[in-house]
Design a protein. Structure first.
Length: 297
């Protein structure tokens, strides 16, 4: 009905992202329909409630951090103007959302106030496009840890160990055949995703785990992970910001290299240019993390 393109992220996460794309009129119409739908849900939920005052409709927008300065304005002047002219409450989060260069902007009020507020925010975002690369926020799935003991896979649910489907047990057995594990108690630098957990005390479960060391694979099974091919990404950074990225005697850039696992090269300053080129090489995951850490600096 709005004419906007609407995408909703995967549903196996505690929260989901709704992305609305299209001409500004279509976006405002879609936001209006969403705001009124939220108010309808609040009204319906209050029919069985003893509460006398109706809570406001609340939306949480995800905005590139580089645009938040324009949204706040000098000394908070822009955000104050938006609050006063629309009647909506607007809060810009101080920290970036996990593993991203985006911040949450929370809007609450009546549907009409929210629609007017979104209009003004969109105008600011059109006037001040994002600077540099934006790493989008992606909600993480709600996952339960998987543990292995005696060749069997288990998931922990509360205080109980539940046998896991056969596929993971087979995967674990295959990994054990392919990977030369060191004896327990010794470290294995080659496998950073490998950890050891010692189970102590009684297991209050119908499925008892052996009281011995068991292995946890939080993200990968060693021996089965094929590294994605390396690629290169370039960033342009203003000269006046390069110092905070390099750090004293290169401490910060070395820290970013170490944490991200990426190769990072900073080009020498060229005469007459106000910017410096940064070249990042590594896997897509290495590059994303390096970008995030550079933007965070």
């Amino acid at each position: 009905q709005s004419g906007a393109r609407i995408n909703i992220s995967e549903g196996n996460c505690p929260e989901r992202i709704v992305t609305i794309t299209g001409p500004t009129d279509a976006i405002f119409k879609a936001f209006a329909m969403i705001a009124y739908k939220f108010e309808e849900d609040i009204t319906n939920s209050m029919s069985n409630s003893t509460a006398t005052s109706k809570p406001p409709v609340t939306l949480r927008l995800v905005v590139p951090a580089s645009q938040c300065g324009s949204l706040i304005g000098k000394g908070g002047s822009k955000i104050k103007e938006i609050r006063e002219s629309t009647g909506a409450q607007v809060q810009v989060a101080g920290d970036m959302l996990p593993n991203s260069t985006e911040r949450a902007v929370t809007i609450s009020g009546t549907p009409d106030a929210i629609i007017q507020c979104v209009k003004q925010i969109c105008v600011v975002m059109l006037e001040s496009p994002p600077k540099g690369a934006t790493i989008p926020y992606r909600p993480k799935p709600a996952s339960t840890p998987v543990i292995f003991a005696g060749g069997q896979a288990y998931t922990i649910q509360g205080q109980y160990a539940i046998p896991h489907p056969d596929q993971l047990t087979k995967l674990h057995q295959l990994a054990m055949q392919q990977t030369p594990f060191t004896p327990l108690g010794q470290t294995t630098p080659a496998f950073p995703a490998f950890a050891v957990l010692t189970v102590a005390g009684k297991q209050r479960s119908s499925t008892a785990l052996p009281r011995r060391a068991i292995t946890i694979f939080p993200c990968i099974c060693p021996g089965l992970d094929a590294s994605p091919p390396a690629s290169t990404h370039e960033l342009t950074i203003p000269n006046d910001l390069i110092g905070c990225i390099i750090g004293r005697q290169g401490t910060k850039i070395n820290e970013i290299r170490q944490m991200s696992g990426a190769q990072i090269k900073i080009a020498n300053a060229t005469e007459g240019s106000s910017e410096r080129q940064i070249t990042i090489t590594g896997t897509p995951a290495n590059i994303s993390l390096a970008q995030y850490l550079i933007n965070a600096r």
